[in-house]
Structures are given as structure tokens and as C-alpha cells.
Ligand binder design. Structure first.
Ligand SMILES: O=c1ccn([C@H]2C[C@H](O)[C@@H](COP(=O)(O)OP(=O)(O)OP(=O)(O)O)O2)c(=O)[nH]1
Ligand SMILES: [Mg+2]
Length: 152
């Protein structure tokens, strides 16, 4: 059974002119988020703009979060990614769900009303407490990192 998440429709065009986010296929991991805007927005190369989705979600469960990720086609072909690279939606956030859209490409990009700009993925979260220690118990890696094992 699918987990139920409370969702508020903040813009009356959602569910009418702009569909609610849905899984496009039975195996989709992400729900596409649409630009809930009145008119097309022209984004010059290098520009970032905050786009409302017209929705709010309250995840409520501390064992879950949502991540906002770029769509691969927009990112690869048009250089349209996210100003925050990845968005993280906290389980206690109740405000408007926004998408920071960054044109990292070389060409002007026009965001059309209703356009699917990004995708939202719900992910499990483990909240931790820190146990402050002087020494860690030994591990096979130890302090090696940042490529210490070479490239091949
Ligand atoms: O792409 C995003 C990223 C975040 N948010 C909302 C939900 C999230 O729970 C809240 C705060 O995000 P974050 O903690 O990443 O931002 P911050 O800069 O640390 O703001 P705050 O001080 O409000 O935590 O903003 C969005 O709507 N879209
Ligand atoms: Mg924060």
C-alpha cells in the first residue's frame, strides 16, 4: 500500500489546468513537479529563479524526507538544473513547495506554465544522535579517502 502524504493545493489551477504530481509509470521513483506560473518566464544563461509548484506537502513522518532532483532531459540537453543542486524537503515543512531553477547552459530557456521542471523523490531518513569519542574502533579504510586508493 502506498504511504499517504498530506498535500495542500495552493493554486486553484492545480488538479485542473496543471495535473497533480503522479508517478508517470508503475516503476517511477520520482513525481514530476510543474511550474505553477501565469506566464512564460525567460531564464537567461547563468540565471536562477524560484518557481512555485502551487503545492505544499507535510510529510509529518520523521522517518521520511523528499528530495527535489533535476530531470535528466532538461539537465543534459538544456542545462536546466537546480539552483540548490538538490532540494531537501523536511518532514516538518508545511510551506509552499518551490523549485529553484538554474540555467547553467549557454542559451536562453523559456519556462512554460505547467512545464515539468524537476522531480520529487521520497526517501527514508534515519535521525541520529552523536556519541562523542576520543578514538574510533579500527576500520579497514581508516582515515584514507579522497582518492587515496588511486583511479584504476
Ligand atoms: O528545493 C527546495 C528546497 C527546500 N524547500 C523548502 C522545504 C525545506 O524543508 C525548506 C528548508 O530547506 P533547507 O533546510 O534546505 O534550506 P535552508 O536554507 O537551510 O532554510 P531553513 O533555514 O528554513 O532550514 O525549504 C523547497 O521548497 N524546495
Ligand atoms: Mg535548513
Amino acid at each position: 500500500m502506498m504511504k499517504k502524504i498530506d498535500l495542500k493545493i495552493l493554486d486553484s489551477r492545480i488538479g485542473d489546468r496543471f495535473p497533480l504530481p503522479v508517478y508517470a509509470t508503475s516503476g517511477s521513483a520520482g513525481l514530476d513537479l510543474r511550474a505553477c506560473i501565469d506566464d512564460a518566464i525567460v531564464l537567461a544563461p547563468g540565471e536562477t529563479t524560484l518557481i512555485p509548484t502551487g503545492l505544499a506537502v507535510h510529510i509529518a513522518d520523521t522517518g521520511l524526507a523528499a528530495m527535489v532532483l533535476p530531470r535528466s532531459g532538461l539537465g543534459h540537453k538544456h542545462g536546466i538544473v537546480l539552483g540548490n543542486l538538490v532540494g531537501l524537503i523536511d518532514s516538518d515543512y508545511q510551506g509552499p513547495l518551490m523549485v529553484s531553477v538554474w540555467n547553467r547552459g549557454q542559451h536562453v530557456f523559456t519556462i512554460e506554465p505547467g512545464e515539468r521542471l524537476a522531480q520529487m523523490v521520497f526517501v527514508p531518513i534515519v535521525q541520529v544522535e552523536f556519541n562523542v569519542v576520543d578514538e574510533f574502533s579500527a576500520s579497514s579504510r581508516g582515515e584514507g579517502g579522497f582518492g587515496h586508493s588511486g583511479r584504476q
